[in-house]
Design a protein around this ligand. Structure first.
Ligand code: SF4
Ligand code: SF4
Length: 82
């Protein structure tokens, strides 16, 4: 099964220099997330079926709807460092 990006502080747009959360004003790390999580814009822009490791594969969650520009919750990066 393909791995997916985690919705944790390291991928959050609210993370500032020094691993400080701009919302909570505390130091955070990969172990944390919260309801204010916002995927970093760069990562968010890159997420669609074309960049999904499941695109046109047997493990695609929505093979009938998958297309460039589409996205579903089962999106998975093509590379672990995506
Ligand atoms: S807003 Fe939430 S998910 Fe984002 S860095 Fe702060 S604690 Fe982490
Ligand atoms: S429908 Fe979902 S699982 Fe299928 S390619 Fe698109 S994002 Fe990936």
């Amino acid at each position: 099964m393909a791995i997916r990006l985690a919705n944790n502080c390291i991928n959050c747009d609210n993370l500032m220099d020094g691993n400080i959360c701009a919302i909570h004003k505390v130091m955070v790390n990969t172990h944390y997330t919260c309801d204010n999580f916002e995927m970093k814009a760069k990562l968010n822009d890159e997420r669609n079926c074309v960049t999904c490791s499941r695109y046109q594969e047997s493990d695609c969650a929505n093979p009938d709807k998958a297309a460039p520009g589409m996205l579903c919750a089962a999106w998975a990066p093509q590379q672990a460092n995506a």
